[in-house]
Design a binder for this molecule. Structure first.
Ligand SMILES: Nc1nc2c(c(=O)[nH]1)N[C@H]1C(S)=C(S)[C@@H](COP(=O)(O)OP(=O)(O)OC[C@H]3O[C@@H](n4cnc5c(=O)[nH]c(N)nc54)[C@H](O)[C@@H]3O)O[C@H]1N2
Ligand SMILES: Nc1nc2c(c(=O)[nH]1)N[C@H]1C(S)=C(S)[C@@H](COP(=O)(O)OP(=O)(O)OC[C@H]3O[C@@H](n4cnc5c(=O)[nH]c(N)nc54)[C@H](O)[C@@H]3O)O[C@H]1N2
Ligand code: SF4
Ligand SMILES: [Mo]
Length: 854
């Protein structure tokens, strides 16, 4: 121990036990981390930590951490097959990796496949940058995005210029959660939101939770509404029908000024356009004629009516929406989603009444729209084949009453930022794009949610060229991957895979399918902190530092990913080592810098870093020099906060904070952009994608590409064998993060004390009817013949048709002795193929029809 470490210090950093990235203080005594607490100086967490955050110390000091590079000696790969690990030196490991990568780079860079976990956000920038510098379009986050974000982030981006949304906890009076637990068991910016949700409860905010199981949000809610999995759009659409047609409530001013509701639609379902400018037309009732949507003199844009335009009839998009939803009566919805029509009607009425359309409030001396209601959706509602329509339909609830990014409404995570008062950085705001519709001011995925790119013959493993609404696709690990690739003549196959942490064996779908896809990849490198089920398939494992031993200048992926919404402060924290790394562990980002250099892509890497991290002026990297990742972090911080506030300043202070302006939090009235309540662009996307897919024999159903949302069934809703009478779904346990923390002994102990964490929850009446007992071991069987076993918990808190399974459990490797054999591996019941993916964004369907076999 050096004298420098023989100290007693609290070191500010960032939690990495889930993507919530709460700011922490690590108490280091004589070089040993003895305690983790929340950092009250940061708006991210506000000094609070969840139980997982506190337990990070056990992950850091896990005796099963990987400490040296490893090479497999057993060429045979398979689930449960011992790789025969042999320790090698870093030099040997890097030589072999670089040799492979050089060959792939020279031959076809697309043969490199990169996988990273969303759980530790520090992977995001360096691995995305490496993929871009290397020239491969093939990267994904395993179960991340595929389960939680393809639809939700797309809709969040299109409507809020944000990754996702939360209620304005400070002002909202009535929030409805559809399959989300933000501010409770999981979700984004968890710890700040938990405090804010608690304060909102004290203030009297009503919370209605629509969920097949009464989980962590429902436990604190005013009302739990049990719903059949995968049917949220049915309930959402029926609510819209009640609000628009039974109640006749909508926010005409907002819809006319900030959405495409007034755009005229012709019989071809497309915009009627102005001849010279090609701009969509609206009907100016003030002047009694059609004008381009952005005509500055237009006074009264019509939302309803019908006009003859160039020999055809044209109607405003809003009129079409109103007409479209008439078919979705609450009585119809009840047959689909099982929520009683009277309940749907009541909740719709409560929502629209509480919205107080037309009301305003004065904050910071500014008169602002006040709509204290929010419809929130996330993983539960979006994790389905019908992901896009579910989120689209639910978001329209916010849109029709004008409750988006205004006081009390549904808030995106910080889509507008005017920067630190001294530097004006970071600065971004949404801007109008094609046809006046909003383009996000900042974004973290490779492509923007809008404008939607033109479908092209796909040349990516995920076929993403053909499915421009998706982030990630099932074909990265599907059973029909080879068939689909052949159909589209994919000109290469993955040859090298680099993984950062993600455990795709557990997190994607059934592990047999995922294993088969991995076995076909000739060379796999995995950066790991412990040896997981994924590591079993690796050729080389590199010992990574954990979040408590690493640098990151942007752990919260500023700011739209994991920074609290709502009024208050901006905080930009960093992540820094709380203790020095043990053994030969090296931070993956530093290793990537070295690999990039040795492969010969230093210039590309530096160029990508300049744009990705928005380095400016003297902080830009010149192409010839090699910079350590730590130095790149320093330059990013100085670019934003000035030369006095580089990494050294942040190591000392941990976080920089400044007040939010009201125009940033409640930006909607201040930024002149529109959002689409009618997805005209889908007509063209469908036409082009279909023209490419049909000749390749891919079954194409236009119903998924309607410009207005509808409910379409998932495969689980179409199973005809009556013996499969239940719906399986999963939920996050508040005690665990995905498959990661099952190995943490404190969290495992807590989970073993919890009756539900590792069990199968079934409704008591359903269980009794089947003659099942609480605590009994049973098999769950899918219509595809997949089976998992677990212990039953009979409870009133699950939908009578539901089978609720906590977390992402079921580890089998000996190197995870705490996690091994715990919990139920729900994903082993899921198919991963074209049929079980969304034909719009390739999201995976995560509900499955089941039967219980004692
Ligand atoms: N049944 C079920 N399936 C799910 C989910 C679920 O809740 N239940 N959730 C879904 C969702 S939304 C997501 S995002 C995915 C998540 O799926 P994954 O991305 O696979 O995430 P985790 O299961 O959390 O596994 C994270 C892995 O990263 C490793 N890790 C953690 N920190 C570090 C680090 O600093 N360095 C390195 N090298 N490795 C590290 C951990 O050891 C762990 O193995 O799973 C999806 N699948
Ligand atoms: N404690 C904890 N926190 C986490 C994570 C974690 O693993 N553990 N993971 C992080 C990640 S990667 C993500 S993506 C977020 C996800 O955060 P959430 O969106 O909150 O994730 P879930 O708990 O998977 O799903 C929310 C609810 O949806 C319900 N649900 C399932 N199917 C349906 C359905 O068809 N319709 C409706 N209405 N509800 C349904 C579930 O029962 C659950 O209560 O959390 C993040 N935070
Ligand atoms: S919510 Fe996530 S980031 Fe925050 S303390 Fe808990 S585990 Fe850490
Ligand atoms: Mo996720």
């Amino acid at each position: 121990m050096t004298p420098a470490t023989l100290t007693d210090r609290w070191i500010p950093s960032t939690c990495g036990l889930c993507y919530g990235t709460c700011s922490i203080l690590g108490h280091r005594k004589d070089g040993v981390l003895v305690k983790i607490e929340g950092n009250p100086a940061s708006a991210v967490g506000r000094g609070r930590l969840c139980g997982k955050g506190v337990s990070g110390i056990m992950t850091l000091y896990d005796p099963n951490r990987v400490n040296v590079p490893l090479r497999r000696s057993n060429p045979e790969k398979g689930k449960g097959v011992d790789p025969g690990w042999k320790a090698i030196t870093w030099e040997e490991a890097l030589d072999e990796i670089v040799d492979r990568l050089r060959r792939v780079h020279a031959d076809d860079p697309r043969k490199l496949f990169i996988q990273r976990t969303t759980t530790n956000t520090s992977a995001r920038a360096p691995f995305m940058m490496f993929a871009a510098a290397f020239g491969t379009p093939n990267s994904w986050a395993a179960g991340g995005g595929l389960h939680c974000g393809n639809g939700a982030h797309l809709i969040g981006g299109i409507y809020h210029a944000s990754w996702s949304l939360v209620p304005d906890f400070q002002h909202c009076k009535y929030a409805i959660y559809f399959g989300a637990s933000k501010g409770h068991g999981a979700g984004h910016v968890a710890c700040t939101n938990m405090q804010q949700a608690a304060d909102a409860r004290v203030r009297g905010m009503r919370l209605v939770v629509v969920d097949p199981m009464s989980n962590f949000a429902s436990a604190k809610a005013t009302e739990w509404v049990p719903i059949r999995p995968g049917t949220d759009a049915a309930m959402g659409l029926a609510m819209i029908q009640v609000i628009l047609n039974e109640m006749g409530v909508w926010d005409a001013e907002y819809l006319a000024a900030r959405t495409n509701a007034p755009y005229l639609i012709g019989p071809d379902r497309c915009y009627v356009r102005d001849a010279p400018s090609k701009k969509p037309l609206v009907w100016d009732a003030g002047r009694g004629r059609a004008v381009p949507y952005d005509d500055p003199d237009a006074r009264d844009l019509a939302l309803e009516g019908e006009w003859e335009m160039g020999g055809a009839r044209a109607r405003p998009a809003f009129a079409l929406l109103r007409e479209h939803v008439r078919q979705f009566t609450p009585e119809w919805a009840e047959t689909v989603c099982t929520v009683p029509a009277a309940t749907i009607r009541r909740i719709a009425r409560e929502f629209a009444t509480e919205a107080m359309v037309g009301s305003t409030i004065v904050l910071d001396g500014k008169r602002l729209p006040y709509r204290p209601v929010a419809a929130i959706y996330f993983r539960g509602a979006q994790g389905h084949k019908n992901s896009v329509y579910n989120c689209y339909a639910l978001e329209l609830l916010n849109q029709i009453v004008g409750a988006a990014d205004v006081v009390g409404g549904a808030l995106g995570f910080n889509p507008v930022c005017y920067g630190h008062p001294e530097t004006g950085k970071p600065w971004y705001e949404p801007k109008p794009g094609p046809d006046g519709l909003m383009i996000t001011g900042t974004w973290v995925a490779p492509h923007l949610p809008y404008p939607i790119s033109e479908p092209k013959h796909p040349e990516q493993m995920a076929l993403s060229g053909l499915f421009p609404l998706g982030m990630f696709g099932t074909t990265m690990a599907s059973s029909d991957q080879e068939d689909l690739w052949r159909r589209f003549d994919l000109p290469y196959r993955p040859e090298v895979m680099i993984n950062y942490g993600a455990n795709s064996l557990l997190s994607v779908g059934n592990s047999d399918t995922v294993a088969e896809t991995l076995k076909r990849i000739p060379f796999i490198v995995s950066f790991d902190i412990t040896l997981t089920e994924f590591s079993e398939f690796a050729d080389i494992v590199l010992p990574d530092t954990s979040y408590l031993e690493s640098y990151d200048s942007r752990p919260n992926v500023p700011f739209i990913f994991n920074h609290p919404a709502g009024h208050g402060e901006w905080s930009w924290p960093i992540r820094q080592p709380v203790v020095a790394p043990e053994g030969e562990r090296r931070q993956a980002a530093e290793v990537l810098v070295e690999i990039a250099d040795r492969v010969g892509i230093r210039e590309e890497w530096n160029a990508v870093a300049n744009t990705h991290l928005k380095l400016d002026g003297t902080h830009r990297l010149d192409f010839k020099t090699r910079y350590s990742y730590e130095e790149i972090c320093d330059r990013e911080l100085r670019s934003h906060f000035g030369d006095d506030r580089g990494l050294a300043w942040f190591k000392e202070h941990g976080v920089i904070s400044w007040p939010k302006r009201v125009e940033e939090t409640y930006w909607r009235p201040f930024v002149n952009v529109r959002v689409p309540i009618y997805w005209e662009f889908l007509v063209e996307v469908n036409r082009k994608a279909k023209a490419i897919a049909n000749p390749r024999g891919l079954h194409w159903d236009d119903a998924w590409y309607d410009p207005l949302p509808r409910w379409l069934p998932c495969p689980s809703h179409e199973v005809s064998d009556p013996s499969f009478d239940l719906w399986g779904f999963y939920y996050r346990d508040t005690l665990h993060t995905n498959s990661y923390t099952n190995e943490n002994p404190w969290l495992d102990e807590a989970a073993r004390l919890d009756p539900y964490s590792y069990a199968i929850a079934v409704n008591t009446a359903t269980g009794r009817r089947k003659g099942l007992r609480d605590g009994q071991l049973v098999w769950l069987e899918s219509p595809h013949g997949r089976r998992v076993r677990g212990r039953l918990r009979l409870t009133e808190t699950v939908h009578p048709e539901g089978v609720g399974i906590g977390g992402c459990a079921g580890h089998w490797v000996k190197t995870l002795p705490v996690a091994r054999g715990k919990g139920v591996m729900f994903n082993d019941l899921l198919e991963v193929d074209w049929e079980h993916g969304s034909p719009v964004n390739l999201n995976l369907d995560t509900c499955v029809k089941l039967r219980i076999v004692p």
